[in-house]
Design a protein around this ligand. Sequence first.
Ligand code: NI
Length: 400
Amino acid sequence: MPSTTPRPAPKASNGALAAARRIEKELVDTRRTIHARPELGFEEKETCKLVTQRLAGMGLKPRVIAGTGVTALIESKTPGKVLMLRADMDALPIVEETGLPFASKNPGKMHACGHDFHTSILLGTARLLVADPPAKGTIKFNFQPAEEGLHGATGMIDAGIMTKPAVDTAFGYHIWQGIPVGRVGVVSGPAMAAVDKFTITIHGVGGHAAYPHQTVDPVVIASQVVTALQSISSRSINPLDSVVVTVASIHGGTAFNIIPPSVEMRGTVRSFSKSVRKEVPKRMAAIVKQLSSAMGGRGELNYVNEDPALVNDPKLAEFFRGVVRDVVGPKALIDAEPSMGGEDMAFYQEKVPGCYIFVGSSPKGTMYPHHHPKFNPDEGVLPIATAVMTEAARRWLAAN
Ligand code: NI
């Protein structure tokens, strides 16, 4: 054969996508079943039961841990690395307004972040991996409760999810309304922000609103503090670093003619780098304390670190880019932007290298964002995410 003959283009290894499409009805049904019965963090009893029954039905030996979490293993006879695949299962305290036939039957609760999709996708991944298991190594499934601000991940870690067998690498995913269905976003390095929360209390001296000179007005002090806090991002932090300082609630006072004795404010700080995360509360404490005392009052800051930043291992991000190109197609891959949102997958990725990807779920037409009462992602994301996670698991275990 002459050397000039063009070689056939390498065939996309989209067997995983074809396999996932064959179980598409099951993926949709499972997602809708879970969607209709949303449960809040650490209350995922029915969801836990559904997951346990499905995994047992596949021949696996699921184990309930951390209250409502579920884990199971697929162990190959040939020893190798241990790869953890994680999905979250909890819903949100939102009144659903989608009007869908499978809308929430649990009043005031809704799967408005997509964790119903996540659970269905990981069950689908388990089904495909049981049908065609990896040649070596171990897959550990992590169906996690309580991602929404309740530290389900630390619950799973405390219950031993990272040990016996010890996890080497962790993969996770979120369906993403910021990306059209059919596309997948992979971020290298910091992907989601560290989440901190704070409460500020300004103590003044209350009194009659007509005689402010006989009081120390905490409302005026609080107003100055809110404004001064904005100088942290604009003046104290390197403009090339990302940071958010949001005062999200202010409470004080009871009537038009009373100066209250105190004001309470609550909010959140988001950041990526460890140094920024350390610097912000120091600046906040100085502003709260010194500005309040300069005006005759007393300011207190209560600052709490929640989730760390979620950082994707650059090599694993590159690995996922290859998987997405091969499984979904070369045009499917998006270099997604990091998000200032938080994600408790970060706790696992603090312990082992990992990668967390964003699988596009935005429908054509009106798109409602995550946590919206009309949130209704395109179910076309289900086979795509299932195929990507299945192929990623097989490929990573084969290569490591
Ligand atoms: Ni979520």
